[in-house]
Design a protein around this ligand. Structure first.
Ligand code: DHB
Ligand code: FE
Length: 288
């Protein structure tokens, strides 16, 4: 059976991709940000994922306002990036795992998540930058399954719904008969607002509270509505929905491996959270 080895939540600000492309990891501005990923990569090497399931939000590259799925699951054998206008390099394709994608889709639809299935899916900075932070350069040692959650076109799914989506993805992954190690990721956030009257808005107090709650009491965060998140974390800070979905997949109890908060990067409070799974609730149930 497959097992979930842990979760990584990270910001995906496009400027990070620019800094990686220019090799600025030791630059004084960037060093406190990039240094946090060194032990993270060491941990990833230790838990040896075969597959990464990534909750991310598309920003207009693959879906646009005319057709906007709430939840979309990649079911392709590879995923390509494309020019989004940020001046970032276009990277070699990321290999997928279509068989596992369909297993996850079957599980989600059986649990009444009527997802959009994407046998072609372009992946934007929300996916590409976190992949580059964990596996720099052109190396492609893991297969990936992107799961996009709408944060662009209202109405947005609620935090409770995204958490439950993550729980259902977790159950589907743990019921996959092949013996795979799966890392779950959630990308975006933390607080930021890129436009409007509150452009530049950062809420450090809420960010630190929500990182702490995500570890020990994630259900408490599901009391908020998506509009509460917009108010507390900014228009784009609602990307925290990805972090909640990631956390849902991990099960009840997790061990903190790494936490970093570094604000601002661009106009965003950047953050990293690495969690190791401590138990696999579904497996425990069958063993009891
Ligand atoms: C920025 C942050 C994002 O999450 C994003 O998708 C694009 C830009 C920023 O801070 O510049
Ligand atoms: Fe974003």
């Amino acid at each position: 059976m497959s097992r979930i080895v842990g979760g990584v939540a990270t910001s995906h600000v496009p400027a990070i991709g620019g800094a990686m492309a220019k090799g600025l990891q030791q630059d004084p501005y960037w060093k406190p940000f990039f240094d946090a990923y060194v032990p993270t990569r060491e941990w990833v090497a230790k838990v040896k994922p075969d597959v990464v399931v990534m909750f991310y939000n598309d920003h207009g590259l693959n879906f646009f306002l005319d057709k906007m799925p709430t939840f979309a699951v990649g079911a392709a054998s590879e995923y390509v990036s494309a020019d989004e206008g940020w001046g970032l390099p276009i990277l070699p394709p990321f290999p997928g795992d279509a068989d596992l994608s369909w297993h996850v889709i079957e599980g989600l639809v059986a649990e009444e998540f009527d997802v959009t299935t994407c046998q072609e899916m372009k992946v934007d900075h929300g996916f590409v930058i976190p992949m580059g932070l964990l596996w720099p350069g052109d190396q492609r040692p893991v297969r990936a399954i992107p799961i996009a959650i709408n944060t662009v076109q209202h109405p947005l799914p609620s935090p409770a719904r995204c958490y439950k989506l993550g729980q259902a993805v977790g159950r589907a992954l743990r019921s996959y008969p092949k013996d795979l190690n799966v890392l779950v990721m959630g990308t975006g956030g933390l607080s930021h607002q890129l436009d409007g009257e509150r452009a530049g808005f950062i809420n450090k107090k809420f960010d630190l509270f929500s990182m702490e709650a995500l570890i020990h009491d994630p259900a408490a965060l599901t009391e908020y509505s998506s509009l509460d998140l917009v108010e507390l974390a900014g228009n784009q800070g609602v990307e925290f929905l990805m972090w909640l979905a990631m956390r849902g997949a991990l099960g009840n109890s997790v061990k903190e491996i790494k936490r970093n908060y570094h604000a601002p990067i661009s106009s965003t409070a950047s953050a990293l959270l690495v969690l190791e799974t401590e138990e696999q609730p579904d497996l425990q149930l069958t063993a009891a």
